[in-house]
Design a protein around this ligand. Structure first.
Ligand code: ATP
Length: 251
């Protein structure tokens, strides 16, 4: 089932066009890598999908609903956006994950809300850290708590802006494995903006390559990931090793 449809989206900051006629549809149970050099428009596209930025042209639909017509409360029920810079407040992990239930709450969180938050913490393997303050977590642990919060929101389209950028190699692959598992178990569509080509190649089902605000290539990762596309997008020489599922760079 198609969960996200981006149709002819263009967006300019002042007079500079940053997204140029972006069109694609995604289905549930998929991990999607959003790739492209610095400044190619990845964050702008994620924020536009989340309704934080309004496109000059085109539309974004989630579960067939036009995102820019929804209230922020209703957007939070269908889309979870996790920015690159994770904010750290003086909340315990459980309290923070519970805030994902705010759009559903009139007065106070229900037993069901609390159960959903605990289940999400369990899902990401962080139940034992539920009472730990966010300020006292490592970068990898904090990323997992943010993933738990996105899960607890009930949204079926989750957007992550460079979730691995501050993580060491082990924590990065753990986070990607977790997102992959969640997409399969919970019927989510997960878009991840990412610079690590090997992680994208190994863990994503679909890849979207952006350059100068345009889609250069989109399709199944095993079909679109090749040295020619990477050269076109990043202007570097690589070899894509299909057996080891890694991208080797020739500097
Ligand atoms: N608020 C803004 N006002 C004006 N220009 C902006 C604004 N935000 C981003 N830009 C410009 O839009 C372009 C796309 O930026 P964006 O952050 O979407 O790229 P990106 O692909 O996410 O980059 P990176 O990989 O470095 O995070 C860049 O040229 C950037 O300078």
């Amino acid at each position: 089932m198609v969960t996200l449809k981006v149709s002819n989206v263009s967006l300019s900051y002042s007079s500079v066009k940053v997204l140029n006629n972006i069109t694609f549809s995604l289905e549930e149970n998929s991990v999607v890598s959003l790739l492209g050099p610095n400044g190619s428009g990845k964050t702008t596209l994620l924020k536009t999908i989340d309704g934080l930025l309004r496109p000059n042209n085109g539309s974004v639909y989630v579960n067939c609903k036009l995102v820019h017509k929804l209230s922020r409360k209703d957007v939070a029920k269908v889309l979870g956006y996790v920015p690159q810079k994770l904010e750290v407040s003086e909340l315990a992990a459980f309290e923070f994950v519970l805030t994902a239930r705010r759009p559903y709450v009139d007065f106070d969180y229900s037993k069901e809300d609390k159960r959903i938050a605990l289940d999400a913490l369990k899902e990401v393997g962080m139940l034992q850290f539920k009472d730990r303050l966010l300020t006292e977590l490592s970068g990898g642990q904090l990323q997992k708590i943010y993933i738990a919060r996105a899960l607890a929101s009930g949204a079926n389209v989750l957007l992550f802006d460079e979730p691995t950028s501050n993580l060491d190699p082990k924590a990065s692959s753990e986070a990607m494995r977790l997102l992959k598992r969640i997409s399969l178990l919970s019927n989510k569509t997960i878009i991840i903006s990412i610079h690590d080509l090997s992680l994208a190649y190994r863990y994503s089902d679909i890849s979207i390559f952006l350059k100068d605000g345009k889609i250069v290539a989109i399709g199944r990762t095993d079909e679109v990931f090749n040295a020619d596309i990477i050269k076109l997008v990043y202007e570097i020489d690589t070899e894509v090793d299909k057996n080891k599922k890694i991208v080797i760079f020739y500097y």
